[in-house]
Design a protein around this ligand. Sequence first.
Ligand SMILES: *Cc1c(COP(=O)(O)O)cnc(C)c1O
Length: 385
Amino acid sequence: MVHDPAGLGFETRAIHAGQQPDPRTGSVIVPIYQTSTYAQDGVGGTREGDYEYSRTANPTRTALEEALAALEGARHTLAFASGMAATDAVLRTTLRPGDHLVLGNDVYGGTFRLIDKVLTQWGVDYSVAHLSDLDEVRAAMRPETKLVWCESPTNPLLGIADIAALAQVAHVGGARLVVDNTFATPYLQTPIELGADIVVHSTTKYLGGHSDVVGGAVVTNSDELREQLFFLRNSAGAVPGAFDAWLTLRGLKTLAVRMERHCDNAERVVEALTRHPKVSRVYYPGLAEHPGHDVATKQMRRFGGMVSFDHADGERAALDAAAGTKLFILAESLGGVESLIEHPGRMTHASVAGSLLQVPAQLVRLSVGIEDARDLIADLEQALG
Ligand SMILES: *Cc1c(COP(=O)(O)O)cnc(C)c1O
């Protein structure tokens, strides 16, 4: 799938790219370089590529960046303190006062809040569009549009955008395409290869994979963008600590096997929900009747671990179901080994209420973990009553 000059498979890159044994000790695992500063050869004697100060660079972070770049099939990755720090860096690197961006109608709530409440204060304007409708995207674009911001699959409605087609529309309009690849991960989808200019991650989710670390990353093939992002990150300082970078790198090693199980379990949960009388609609791109199924089949390896559904009896029943599971933990976030359940309207997407983004009140979102699928299905069935 990914072009890789060394011809190595995804699983091999996840474990070896950027992660050679430590040159000093032979440590098989990249050490946690828990240091703020580095001894220099002489005054002003630092050579290009040497470490000086950990806001600028840290070897544990470098290993994470090289590994993630290899998985995305891209030249550059910069790690950030959170997904939102990564998002903020992309927005502030690529947009200036007077510029405009187009974003998906069900973009991550925190991304919408940052654009709607913060970026607009700095003279940036935005439009919302259904990214699955290319005509709507074209109509939303203006001469001053510099970015199209895409998630696919989207959060929480699991909508699918045709990344290759969207890249063309963005480029014809003189804009860059950013893909937030948090839901799919590079195991399922590599947007840079499909024509995206920038990939953003919340590594807090599947890449870290164990709900024990917050982090983010930006991926690009552009040397120029990488320089600008590096300059901003070093100036503003939103870097992850060495331990957080190490935890994320540890998570990356098992990404392929975890994603396979997330997908297996999600498919079985979808099957059970589809025939449940209290479920009026299941949102999953792997379903043949999903409007984005063909595009998803074309651009994704499998369909991921996120599943949403409408409760047939409305909002109150959806809230009760979300609060009524015993194994699925009621919590925000996603992508960890444990299954989570939430009510987007009241939780992750509460900050978009009253805006142009509409999340159904009866919607429940699942992050299907890697437990025994039979236990997960039994838990959902008892919660749905
Ligand atoms: C969680 C998430 C973010 C934000 O990442 P943080 O690590 O929480 O800052 C951005 N986009 C998507 C799709 C997410 O799920």
